[in-house]
Design a protein around this ligand. Sequence first.
Ligand code: P6P
Length: 343
Amino acid sequence: MSKVKTLGQFIIEKQNDFPYAKGELSRLLRDIGIAAKIVNREVNKAGLADILGDASDSGETNIQGEIQKKLDVFANEQFIAALSVGGEVCAIASEENEEMIVVDNAQSKNAKYVVAMDPLDGSSNIDVNVSVGTIFSIYRRLSLSGPGNIEDFLQRGTDQVAAGYIIYGSSTMLVYTTGKGVNGFTLDPSIGEFCLSHPNMKTPSSAKTYSINEGNYVHFPDGVKKYIKYCQEEDLASKRPYSSRYIGSAVADVHRNLITGGIYIYPVTAASPNGKLRLLYECNPMSFIIEQAGGKATDGERRIMDLEIKTLHQRTSFFAGSADMVDKACDFMKKYSTAEKVK
Ligand code: P6P
């Protein structure tokens, strides 16, 4: 049996890639892994426990105006607790919380890092047993000491120290990067450990899958409409028509496309004139991973990780995946539309 390498062993082994590392980032990644295992346990039995459905009879909504699912709330609480107890994070930004969370216990208030996260993305799929995910982004704080502040989060994606996601699907995987490649770990429930299963992940430069909610077609920018028609044309040489695959859970769509190749597009629509996905804790972390795996991520025009972040919950349009496919889609945007500027 090949030697199993756990997430913990891998993190420690890679710590030497950062000569000045004193272990804080290693411990922070370990804390995320612990919370992921706890959330996974609840996701896997959601149908059994009273944890399905909406967070309250009154249909309580989060700051996004989205009905909070009980598992959303549970996941948010678990990641906040693990990060707070772990002592390596001085502040947290979460999709579920309008304001940033200052972690001001003795050990944390001078911690080096801040974490932005979507604790359970795609949660509308929870009740129908479709894969959901957690997305996280780690920055070095800019403030010198004391409680973390909002400026610590308003950093470009290129300043991320690490980023990753957990996908709770047919198996549970944790995929992350620290800027030196992408590695995927599959949870082995029999030992309760994430084990290295996808070392040095690379995404194909082109493929046959496009992921977009075509229900919004009439409101898409012309460049997106033209690109969709391009995907649907018969052309043997470029293996078209492509296949449309859209789960409605960005982590699941992005993860599939990362492995098989493909493009995920969430452009501006009438309902989301600035795009739907969040720059800080969805698009930047997924872009870091995609770029490290050899892919590309833009807003239809500009590189996602170069975009200026002005507010915690800022939205952006998102074109991400296989490099050649993103280039092609952006060519159509350039020719037929001007990408919505981040306001
Ligand atoms: P629509 C989930 O709410 C999410 O943020 C992404 O995970 C997903 O890809 C997208 O929204 C789905 O949105 O409008 O197609 O249902």
